[in-house]
Design a protein around this ligand. Structure first.
Ligand code: NAP
Length: 246
């Protein structure tokens, strides 16, 4: 996605994929500093453990508690989070989250970013998770109004549903019974592999408006590109690159 965007914008840059040797994250960052690498996109399992190793972490990433982007600024490695914006922009393909009733499924790193984004966008947010204590902690920390167990979805009325558990990742499972999803509801599944998850398939069959995790990924990557280059990313080019790689 990044390389397709660089080609479209005429940027002389390349994104490369590296595995970090277990327990050598600090050394990997020193290597990035020494090489003058302009940006790192950080994925699991490093998003939380990277925070104390950076020169700076911006306020939003600190509040979310996860960094998915590290950008070199004046010689310093600065951590930020673009997942929250990716989720909000993905939802905005269908509707504005402002004043909507939103349920977020999950209470991991992706859920923290999504809840932050929805609260910022003015939605009324409820967090439901397999481990309800984690949902309650997340809700209290990030300003969501309610929380509960995953199987309580039927007890809630909502306009937006954002799925951030790992259920459905590489499998044909869904974390919730689609009969609890109202027609007209907007459903975003953060899982992007497969592109059409069981949740999205079943929700669409019930008349929901569905947004795939691809769009969250594309919009968060577009913000990453803006952070290091200052340029507006060609979102459609990035989405097409995603499709070609899937
Ligand atoms: P994480 O921090 O490990 O959180 C995992 C979440 O999944 C927890 O809420 C966990 O519940 C729940 N879970 C795991 N197995 C479950 C099961 N069998 N039944 C019910 N709940 C279960 O992971 P993460 O970083 O938040 O990532 C979650 C998903 O979001 C991944 O699929 C990832 O690829 C995706 N994601 C997508 C994007 C994007 O741009 N589209 C960005 C970030 C992440 P407990 O608390 O009870 O363990």
């Amino acid at each position: 996605m990044h390389n397709a965007a660089f080609a479209a914008l005429g940027l002389d840059a390349v994104y490369l994929a590296f595995d970090v040797v277990p327990d050598r994250l600090a050394a990997a960052l020193d290597g990035a500093r020494a090489l003058g690498i302009r940006q790192l996109a950080v994925s699991l399992p490093h998003k939380e453990r990277i925070l104390p190793l950076l020169d700076e972490v911006d306020d939003v990433a600190r509040r979310i508690g996860a960094v998915n982007t590290v950008t070199l600024r004046d010689g310093a490695l600065v951590g930020s989070n673009t997942d929250w914006l990716g989720a909000v922009r993905a939802l905005e393909r269908e509707t504005s989250p402002a004043a909507k009733r939103a349920v977020v499924l999950g209470a991991g790193g992706a859920a923290r970013a999504v809840v932050y984004g929805l609260v910022e966008a003015g939605a009324h947010v409820c967090v439901l998770n397999r481990s309800p204590d984690k949902a309650a902690t997340l809700a209290a920390e990030l300003g969501a109004g309610a929380s509960g167990p995953l199987d309580a979805l039927a007890d809630h009325r909502f306009d937006l549903l954002v799925q951030t558990t790992r259920v459905g990742l590489g499998s044909d499972e869904s974390p919730v019974d689609a009969a609890t999803i109202p027609a007209g509801c907007v459903v975003l599944d953060a899982v992007y592999e497969p592109a059409e998850t069981r949740l999205l398939r079943e929700a669409r069959a019930r008349g929901a408006r569905c947004v795939g995790g691809k769009w969250m990924l594309v919009y968060q990557a577009a913000e990453q590109l803006r952070l290091w280059s200052g340029k507006q990313a060609p979102v459609d080019v990035m989405a097409q690159a995603f499709d070609e790689a899937s």
